[in-house]
Design a protein around this ligand. Structure first.
Ligand SMILES: [Ca+2]
Ligand SMILES: [Ca+2]
Length: 334
């Protein structure tokens, strides 16, 4: 198992990327919370026929452009984010222990061991902890929390992970291990975005049918979409491909390495940049993966990333309380 590849600084920098960017203030109208029904979903992967689509978007953040016609071959994809129930089946069958459940190797910090705060060496993960006062400093709302892991997504004193909620706090190695066991693989960014757009025009508004953040992030969470934190999968209407929560709820990690912007020439089943070309300005010195679609922390005043084209880099060495995934398949799973 590869050790977590973060420094204390990189931890915070990575967390910035989870909900980052945009500076303008705004607010959502304060309407009554919507009561959601969340039916138990079928886990059967959905066939996505190959096709060509306009990948990327240019109205929001530079890292999402340019828009270019992109072709993707057919594949299958999970209808919803991988859930705690599904991940628990994997753990039960394999006795797998996730990265967040293991002590941290001091060597990964690359500083004298005596300078490392002791709590950063305990097993744990990054948890969103809303500040009491408005802030534009991500360090005010991300906390490395010993004892946080996929079973305790809000930390040891928080609620238990619920079976039909998306699994979070996984590192890249954990996701890959699950994929191997399941007979699937991580989707490419192009596959994920093609499946998420589902032939619809590029969206520009905060969607009603997604778990995002209404109110002024990070202090006022109006919960008008029915959920303050993570929602079970399937509480919002599926997209035209029958896929749930592609936008919002939790970010979804893909197989592509991250760099800001798309290569305009790489349009036939693109798989992202090479390791030499990859670069994540929020996480310099590490090779981040692309994550897609925003999370329950995306708000109009801070992170308009509740869209299929939205993308940010994800430190592969550790998870967070708003990052999950779903699998793609080259053949229909048995
Ligand atoms: Ca919400
Ligand atoms: Ca999602």
């Amino acid at each position: 198992m590869r050790a977590r590849t973060f420094t204390a600084f990189a931890l915070l920098a990575s967390c910035a990327a989870l909900a980052a960017c945009g500076g303008e203030q705004g607010s959502s109208s304060a309407t009554a919370p919507v009561a959601r029904s969340c039916p138990r979903l079928d886990d059967t992967p959905v066939r996505i026929e190959g096709g060509t689509f306009a990948m990327g978007q240019t109205e929001f953040y530079a890292e999402e452009g340019p828009v270019r016609e992109t072709t993707v071959d057919g594949f299958w994809i999970d209808p919803h984010e991988v859930t705690n129930r599904q991940f628990a089946e994997f753990v039960k069958a394999t006795d797998y222990v996730t990265v967040a459940e293991k002590p941290v190797d001091p060597a990964v910090f690359n500083v004298p061991e005596e300078t490392i705060p002791a709590e950063l060496l305990l097993p744990g993960s990054a948890v969103f902890t809303p500040p009491e006062r408005p802030s534009n400093n991500y360090a005010d709302w991300w906390t490395y929390t010993p004892g946080a892991n996929w079973k305790k997504p809000y930390g040891p004193d928080g609620a238990e992970a619920q079976p039909d909620e998306p699994v979070v706090h996984l590192a890249w190695d954990d996701m890959e291990a699950y994929a191997r066991w399941k007979g699937g693989r991580m989707p490419t960014e192009a596959e994920w975005e093609f499946a998420a757009k589902a032939g619809q025009p590029a969206s520009t508004e905060q969607p009603e049918e997604a778990n995002s953040w209404q109110g002024v992030f990070p202090t006022v969470n109006q919960e008008t979409d029915g959920f303050k934190d993570i929602a079970p999968v399937g509480c919002y209407a599926p997209n035209a491909n029958g896929l749930y929560d592609m936008v919002g709820n939790v970010w979804e990690v893909t197989s592509d390495l991250f760099r800001p912007g798309h290569d305009p020439a790489d349009t036939d089943n693109p798989r992202g940049p090479s390791e030499n070309q990859a670069y994540d300005p929020y996480n310099p010195g590490f090779t981040s993966r692309v994550m897609k679609g925003g999370s329950y922390l995306c708000a109009p005043n801070y992170c308009k990333r509740y869209r299929p084209a939205a993308r940010q880099g994800r430190d592969p060495g550790m998870g967070a309380s708003n990052v999950g995934f779903r699998l793609a398949y080259d053949t229909p799973p048995a």
